[in-house]
Design a protein around this ligand. Structure first.
Ligand SMILES: [Zn+2]
Length: 251
């Protein structure tokens, strides 16, 4: 979500008119963008002032009834479709659905879902279930909660401080989220078992994508799938990936 989209949605957000997902997206941007946050607080202030200062009027008697009557006239039930026409329309809808399903890449990218989880973690005051920079605290915390060993490692010395971990559900499966901090940024590393049938090893090429302004890097190693989400510069998330892979990272 960029500033332009956010700016358009700030009004509806302040007026409580956004669906939950959009509200989370906007709030997520506001956390990262001082300019938009400022715009929101000004609008919220204006709204408060208006609510306090503007005169209020009671509607004239009967207005409500007249509105409901007018709406009822406009929304008279439509004629029922003959069965043949109805069947054709249903078939067309199915064809569209099939086309959409077939044309969409079948790959389990889960990028949107991952970014949702990332934004939610920043937004909902639920960054960590276990808050610790000590890998000997974080790693055992996951035992019994997920059925794989979570490679929790701290890289404070390289500027990526382990802040803790939490449990997530990604595509219906438990995943471990490891939280790293770099300056004021938060990086979420989602770890889950590599899907059955996938190489699940170093041989899987890494993929990077951009989802709503966040960089999502996906890779696999030692039977585990890694997805790193952050808004730090690409060179910095690359550095963390390199550290995770056991390399030294660019200096
Ligand atoms: Zn902005």
């Amino acid at each position: 979500m960029n500033c332009q989209e956010t700016s358009r949605l700030i009004g509806p957000l302040v007026d409580d008119e956004l669906d939950v997902k959009s509200a989370i997206d906007v709030e997520g941007h506001l956390l990262r963008c001082a300019a938009c946050a400022q715009e929101k607080s000004e609008l919220a202030g204006l709204r408060e002032t208006a609510r306090d200062r503007l005169p209020r009027f009671d509607p004239p008697a009967g207005l409500e009834d007249r509105i409901f009557a007018a709406v009822a006239r406009k929304t008279r039930p439509r004629r029922r479709l003959p069965w043949r026409e109805g069947a054709l329309m249903a078939a067309a809808a199915c064809a569209t659905l099939v086309a959409t399903t077939v044309l969409r890449p079948a790959r389990d990218d889960a990028g949107e879902e991952i970014v949702d989880a990332h934004v939610r973690s920043l937004q909902a005051d639920h960054l960590t279930d276990v808050a610790s920079s000590d890998q000997h605290t974080v790693k055992p915390w996951f035992q019994g909660r997920v059925d794989f060993a979570v490679p929790a490692r701290d890289f404070s010395a390289r500027g990526f401080a382990l802040a803790g971990g939490r449990l997530e559900m990604i595509s219906g499966h438990p995943a471990a989220a490891l939280v790293y901090r770099r300056r004021q940024h938060v990086l979420n590393l989602f770890v889950s078992p590599a899907a059955a049938g996938s190489p699940g090893s170093n041989s899987e090429p890494r993929r990077d994508s951009s989802v709503r302004g966040y960089r999502v890097s996906t890779g696999a190693q030692d039977g585990l799938r890694y997805r790193l989400v952050s808004d730090v510069p690409a060179s910095e998330s690359d550095e963390l990936i390199s550290l995770l892979r056991g390399g030294d990272g660019p200096r």
